[in-house]
Design a protein around this ligand. Sequence first.
Ligand code: SF4
Length: 462
Amino acid sequence: MITDLKILKERERQVYLKGEEPFDMKCDVKSTAGSVSQRACVFCGSRVVLYPVADALHLVHGPIGCAAYTWDIRGALSSGPELHRKSFSTDLTEKEVIFGGEKKLYQALNELIEKHSPKAAFVYSTCIVGIIGDDVGAVAKRVAKEKDIPVIPVHSEGFKGTKKDGYQAACTALLKLVGKGDIKGISKTSINILGEFNIGGEAWMITEYYKKMGVEVVSVLTGDSRIENIKKAHGASLNVVQCSGSMLYLAKKMEEEYGIPFIRVSYFGLEDTSKALYDVASIFKDNTDVMEKTKILVKEEVLKIYEDLLFYKKHLTGKRAAIYVGGAFKAFSLIKALKFLGMKTVLVGSQTGNDEDYEILRDMCDDGTVILDDSNPIELSKYIVEKKADLFIGGVKERPIAYKMGIGFCDHNHERKTPLAGFKGMYNFADEVYSTVMSPVWKFCPIRPELYDNPFLKRGIL
Ligand code: SF4
């Protein structure tokens, strides 16, 4: 039975049961061989960060599989061009692996730039490119000169680290654009929104909040972004960083190079969304108007949804949730949002959390909560059953685990089309959690935790 499964010895310090002593979690390390990590590769990490830049050409230099695997990976919405939603690949084959792929890359860039007139091009290096040693930088430089647009190599060979290294490669690519635009006329009360990818229109909602507060948004990195706005990002007075796992590196570099301070925020849940807006308002305290407008905005938005949230809370109180997400910062907000709905978090983990993140999670969770770093399907399945979770919140790779275990699922990552950020997002989140947790379908599922005696389990169908 699944609850009898043992975790891998090398991973023992990456799983912690709150309440047990000592707390000595191992994290921020490469995945253990033999553990089917839920993490994506370095290339995928950089692809998800850069992908929403809508007027850029995204060319994957590698075999077709790398591009197919990440095709339209975020489905990020654009208010204009949609070049990002195409998946271009140099389709390297045996011939290029033997004789080199630089010629094919040069031809592909020329053909695509002529056909689509992008404002810039990102060229992603995949595993095989790192192995055969193509000089992607030299080809990019040549094409940039000939076509007079930025052509930026993204050094994201899949094998060279973790998904986090992919985030850093993406930030390094973005830094090649920042600082190149004209910043005349940008207000002192201005920000960049970092780490918001506009999967379901969240960037638009959040930008609208800031507009109402009287704060100018210079650039969103990278949801619905345009090359011209990214080039002007150094003109903002503050970087507001969400999804800090992916964008903290860029924020730190911009602080070093342009003296722009940054704060970390989250737009998930009532508490954290309000805090994010108030934190920004308090930074612009010289402009008292901003704080006044923020108070009015928060009050109006909370009042719009409060009654409905109480309805959901009435039905969800006492239900148990498992959370497994990319960055731990999102998990903090989810725990608070679930608590607001009367739910208890019984499992929480992340792909890329660091020491500080896990200490915060330990302090936020009740005794008995399982905290995991860089987990795998076997561990997640085991603890979901053991902890009798009613709901699993995760991304595309966690969805089948939830359904196989016979519990509700909420996608908090790439695949959803409903915004879960901001005040309206909290309503959408509560509605989705309610719909999936309370669905009658789970009564008919043979592997519900309360049906442990079910013959399917006894026959070892798991
Ligand atoms: S691991 Fe390598 S081959 Fe696989 S998708 Fe990533 S870059 Fe491509």
